[in-house]
Design a protein around this ligand. Structure first.
Ligand code: A2P
Length: 282
């Protein structure tokens, strides 16, 4: 056995030049190239990462942006920005799809790696797309909590609403961890902590494991269990506003429940009682 590191095979003199990292392709003119600063894995299906923020990049809390990895033909996917508009960095919360065209690679990123981000953010989960109201519901499943991670750290959310209710429904308890962390961060935040502590109610639920709440949010709305727990009247266009982000089925079903309550969908150009966005999937 060779215990002398000086004689380890990899240290032996060689005529070969040291391998150089492959040169990074330049991003297209429509994109920024940013550096990953932090990665945290929650489960085998979920992770978050943070990266540097280009000084010229402006967005509204709740918007999404296209991201991709450096390459000749990058795969671009829409990601909700999970950090608030005032944050120095950009945060994303992502699913890992084993054979997903982007996430199969994205889930392997490390601090120091480069991620491309398109320069134009967009989206309808913004406070401006809602009419004034008293109570704001944020209905999310899975990674659909990401835009709300941004909005619960946004001062305007608390300026405009007396009560903010974040529901986050996942299959398993471990998938609720990121939501718990961002709620705790909002309540401890220098800027919004006091308001968040007074106004923000977090209602996590796990549907496939024993937990304090284990029903789908649609069931909780239909049976009234949600409103009984909150001690408030059922959804009403007079008092309530809603933002919805989750799977195709979940957004479709909650939209139908909002409409059944007499609420009208809003957009940037025509604010309404609720707005919808599908969470990134793939
Ligand atoms: P369930 O476990 O009963 O399917 P997914 O990972 O499939 O997107 O699901 C995330 C969470 O959203 C799960 O708790 C799931 O509940 C719930 N869910 C899935 N479809 C709907 C729907 N149409 N309405 C409300 N919740 C849903």
């Amino acid at each position: 056995m060779n215990l002398n590191p000086a004689l380890a095979p990899t240290d032996q003199p060689t005529d070969q030049p040291a391998p150089q990292p492959a040169p990074q392709p330049a991003p297209p003119a429509s994109a920024f190239a940013e550096t990953v600063t932090m990665v945290r894995h929650y489960t085998d299906r979920l992770f978050m990462f943070r990266m540097t923020r280009p000084p010229s990049f402006r967005f509204r809390s709740g918007e999404f942006v296209m991201i991709g990895l450096p390459g000749e033909k990058p795969v671009w996917r829409a990601y909700s920005i999970a950090s608030p508009a005032w944050d120095e960095e950009i945060e994303f919360f992502s699913i890992k799809v084993p054979d997903g065209p982007l996430t199969a690679l994205l889930q392997k990123i490390q601090p120091g790696d480069t991620v491309w981000m398109k320069k134009k953010p967009t989206g309808t989960l913004v406070i401006d797309a809602l009419l004034p109201g008293r109570r704001l519901y944020m209905f999310s499943t899975g990674t659909g909590v990401a835009p709300f991670a941004s909005l619960i750290r946004e001062p305007e959310t608390y300026e405009k609403f007396e009560q903010v209710i974040l529901t986050h429904t996942c299959r398993d308890v471990a998938e609720l961890k990121y939501g718990e962390e961002i709620v705790a961060a909002a309540k401890a935040d220098e800027l919004v902590g006091e308001e968040a502590t007074a106004k923000l109610i977090h209602l996590p639920a796990a549907t496939r494991e024993p937990y304090v709440r284990s029903q789908r949010i649609t069931t909780m709305i239909e049976t009234g269990a949600l409103f009984a727990e909150l001690g408030v009247a059922p959804l009403s266009p007079h008092t309530d506003r809603a933002m919805i982000c989750g799977s195709i089925e979940m957004t479709r079903d909650i939209k139908a429940l909002c409409e059944a309550a007499g609420m009208v969908e809003g957009a940037n150009s025509a604010p309404g009682h609720f707005v919808v966005e599908r969470a990134f999937v793939g």
